[in-house]
Ligand binder design. Structure first.
Ligand code: CAA
Length: 382
């Protein structure tokens, strides 16, 4: 077993770390406070190969492996979680499904601009009445005689919805078939029949824009169907498996930032005549934070490694996401507690880490859904 990284992986990690620490972290408070989408920073990530890390170079990406993606995501998330949310949707939820299921023309048209960071992509699965139970979607796609589809319906909680150019959309094409009646479509938001709804005011990752979207008689040309009719649910689940490795990495980045700030603070802050890091109650928290952080990192690297081997990695991705997101919530909670009043103050980033960590237990499959996936895989029962 080799715990080392390749030179290429370390180079990308280094690029991501420099951008995160020099450009993103210093502006994170501003974007969080205003809930403003960081347009220029996103372009910068694209110019540095961070918007399509696993996308082959022929489609505008960096042509690297899943381990490199994990390392880069951790660095960007440690700078600011919201930036890494936008980055993860471009990289995995948008590009991955098209690379795996798209035609050559679809890859050229839709992947390049997103992988280069010139445009922003989105993934539309969730609806107002269906989140975890994704097959209960109502958004409807009706096939026409010429092979095109007419789409009507709403999608909610769309990350990058207010700013995206292209969307991978899932809609019910044959409702009586349930999961097997869902088809995936590629959407250009400049076309008629596409509407953006209200932007969601959020607890955390506030610089990533989220909104409801609506389709009213939106026509999808036959060449913009992604994969075969009825394959949409499997495409969505496969894409989410990869997405969950990205969210696990994001959780690790947030947790690492909180942990590193805490390590500094416990050496400087004095109480009862000594640095608080000398107290056993603080030491126990530090030890538990470090163990959870390392466990999350190793499980996430394992999931990425299995993905890189071309094997099914649904279980490993769910284990990584569950472990890393719960670790991030716990670590940021303890970091706020150890910082006391300063942890609660907006003068330090600890309260932002705490708010940002929460979403990792919710999106791309809640912790409850990850447990369901893991238990089904382990027992073989449904
Ligand atoms: N890969 C490939 N195929 C898969 C799969 C996977 N990981 N998981 C399931 N499938 C296939 C099954 O094999 C089955 O195929 P057959 O019909 O051929 O047998 C089919 O899909 C249906 O599977 P299930 O019967 O297991 O489906 P289910 O209705 O019981 O649902 C679920 C399973 C795990 C609960 C799933 O619905 C799920 O993951 N829900 C959570 C949805 C989610 O993660 N939403 C996040 C929204 S996106 C987001 O958050 C983006 C963002 O903002 C950034």
């Amino acid at each position: 077993m080799d715990f080392g990284f390749t030179e290429e992986q370390l180079m990308l990690q280094d690029v991501a770390r420099r951008i995160a620490q020099e450009k993103i972290a210093p502006s994170a408070e501003h974007f969080d406070r205003l809930g403003e989408f960081p347009v220029d920073n996103m372009r910068m990530l694209g110019e540095n190969g961070l918007m399509g890390i696993e996308v082959p170079e022929e489609y505008g990406g960096a042509g690297m492996d899943p381990i490199a993606y994990v390392l880069a995501m951790i660095e960007i998330a440690a700078g600011d979680a919201a930036h890494s949310t936008i980055m993860s949707v471009n990289n995995s939820l948008f590009c991955n499904g098209i690379l795996l299921n798209g035609t050559e023309a679809q890859k050229q048209k839709y992947v390049r601009a997103i992988a280069e960071g010139r445009e922003i992509g989105a993934f539309a699965l969730t609806e107002p009445q269906s989140g975890s139970d994704a097959t209960a979607m109502r958004c409807r796609a009706v096939k026409q005689a010429d092979g095109s589809y007419v789409v009507n319906g709403k999608k909610s909680w769309i990350t990058s919805g207010p700013v995206c150019k292209y969307i991978v959309l899932f809609a019910m094409s044959t409702p009586e078939l349930g999961a097997r009646g869902i088809t995936a479509f590629l959407i250009d938001t400049a076309n008629p029949g596409f509407h953006r709804g209200k932007t969601e005011p959020k607890l955390g990752i506030r610089a990533s824009a989220t909104c409801e979207i609506e389709f009213q008689d939106y026509v999808v040309a036959a060449e913009d169907v992604l994969g075969a009719e009825g394959q949409g649910f499997k495409i969505a689940m496969g894409v989410l498996d990869a997405g969950r490795i990205g969210i696990a990495s994001q959780a690790i980045g947030i947790a690492r930032a909180a942990y590193e700030a805490t390590l500094e603070y416990v050496k400087e802050r004095k109480a009862f005549g000594a640095a608080i890091g000398t107290f056993q109650m603080t030491q126990a928290k530090i030890a538990d934070m470090k163990c959870k952080l390392d466990a999350a990192l190793l499980l996430t690297l394992r999931a990425a490694w299995v993905k890189g081997q071309g094997q099914r990695f649904s279980n490993e991705a769910a284990i990584a996401k569950l472990t890393a997101s719960e670790a991030a919530m716990w670590i940021t909670h303890q970091a706020v507690q150890i910082h006391g009043g300063m942890g609660y103050s907006k003068e330090m980033p600890l309260e932002r880490y705490f708010r940002d960590a929460k979403i990792t237990e919710i999106y791309e499959g809640t912790s409850e859904i990850q447990r369901l996936v893991i238990a089904r895989n382990e027992t073989g029962l449904r």
